[in-house]
Design a protein around this ligand. Structure first.
Ligand SMILES: Cc1ncc(C[n+]2csc(CCOP(=O)(O)OP(=O)(O)O)c2C)c(N)n1
Ligand SMILES: [Mg+2]
Length: 333
């Protein structure tokens, strides 16, 4: 799947260490969020980014402080990496994480004065257009931002993140059409974070008879071809593959020519498009591999990677008989 053309040789040891640190910061931040949700200290819902950190950190490491991102409902990684990019020193970095946590806790000291929360956190002044609770809702926003950059005559690009499920929405298709055609193409990279599931419905799975898939297609990046946008699949678990794919589009395509490009994979897409996703597909044939982990807080929307691990617990518990179909299984009540 993934391009392996660029490994670690294009970055210094310090940069490598910082990429790893950012990925840990995102993960630790979310572990605390999960804990506070269960305690009822953070209210509402929160979709965790666990397992997809390499996408946000890799993609955002390729852009400048003048560039822009459009995030998703699963946006802690994007917001986290973008804030770190803008932090000038350790104190600002800590302030950034504090402001993120304050936002999720509904505090006035948060990024949006506590009114946005997890799914509407934004820092527009620094180019983070924000998360959104509307699946696919950020794709037209990112595309509009790219149009604005082009009309203003800047050299800035937009990274527009979205999930595999979002690629089924009308706004995805309208946006890619406009991204490719308006003003001969906009400076945007569409990055599909393909975790193989739309929440808990498999995007495409032929391996289980009764599986209810969200799409008949498997390679999301191929959708970009309908709009004459080149795309490729990238291993979203490989930060170097993500960096290579995104920087190639940002620097060689989106920025100079203002042509959009898409990306696809385990966790990254771009108007250049890439679909970035997990390295391996989930083991097939086991219905329980799709079940939500037992005992999960209904307010915590775990990433599929995480639920995969914990589904083993469910399988070993004979007292809980599996639901009759993956569809019923996905409803955590
Ligand atoms: C317009 C809209 N439809 C449905 C939902 C409910 N919903 C929340 S997350 C989700 C799945 C999204 O799948 P995907 O884009 O693959 O993102 P993932 O959760 O897998 O990261 C859905 C359908 C929503 N929030 N907005
Ligand atoms: Mg998904």
């Amino acid at each position: 799947m993934a391009s392996t053309k660029t490994r670690s040789s294009d970055v210094s040891r310090d940069q490598l260490a910082d990429f790893l640190r950012q990925m840990y910061e995102i993960r630790f931040f979310e572990e605390k969020v999960s804990e506070l949700l269960k305690l009822g200290i953070i209210k509402g819902a929160s979709h965790l980014y666990a397992g997809e950190e390499a996408v946000a950190v890799g993609a955002i490491s390729t852009i400048t402080e003048n560039d822009v991102i459009a995030s998703t409902h699963r946006g802690h990684g994007h917001c986290g990496a973008m804030g770190v990019k803008h932090a000038k020193d350790e104190a600002e970095r800590q302030t950034h994480w504090n402001k993120m946590m304050a936002e999720l806790m509904g505090r006035a000291t948060g990024y949006c004065k506590g009114r946005g929360g997890s799914m509407h956190i934004a820092d527009v002044e620094k180019g983070n257009l924000g998360s959104t609770g509307i699946v696919g809702g950020n794709i037209p926003i990112g595309t509009g931002a790219a149009l604005a950059e082009k009309l203003k005559g800047t050299n800035n690009v937009v990274l527009c993140f979205f999930g595999d499920g979002a690629s089924n929405t009308g706004s995805f298709h309208e946006s890619l059409n406009m991204g490719a055609s308006l003003l001969c193409g906009l400076p945007i990279v569409y990055i599909c974070e393909n975790n193989l599931y739309g929440m808990s419905v498999p995007f495409h799975d032929k391996s289980v008879e009764e599986a209810c898939s969200a799409s008949k297609i498997e390679d999301i990046y191929k959708r970009a071809a309908a709009y004459d946008i080149p795309g490729e699949a990238v291993d979203g678990m490989d930060i170097f593959a993500v960096r290579a794919a995104v920087s190639e589009r940002v620097e060689a395509k989106a920025r100079p020519s203002s042509r959009p490009r898409p990306i696809a994979g385990s966790a990254i897409p771009s108007a250049t498009s890439a679909s970035i996703g997990p390295r391996k597909k989930r083991p097939s044939g086991s219905r329980s591999a799709r079940l939500r982990p037992s005992g999960r807080s209904s307010r915590t929307m775990d990433s599929p990677n995480r639920s995969l691990t914990r589904s083993k617990t469910r399988r070993s518990s004979p007292s809980k008989s599996p639901p009759s179909s993956p569809l019923t299984a996905r409803i955590p009540t």
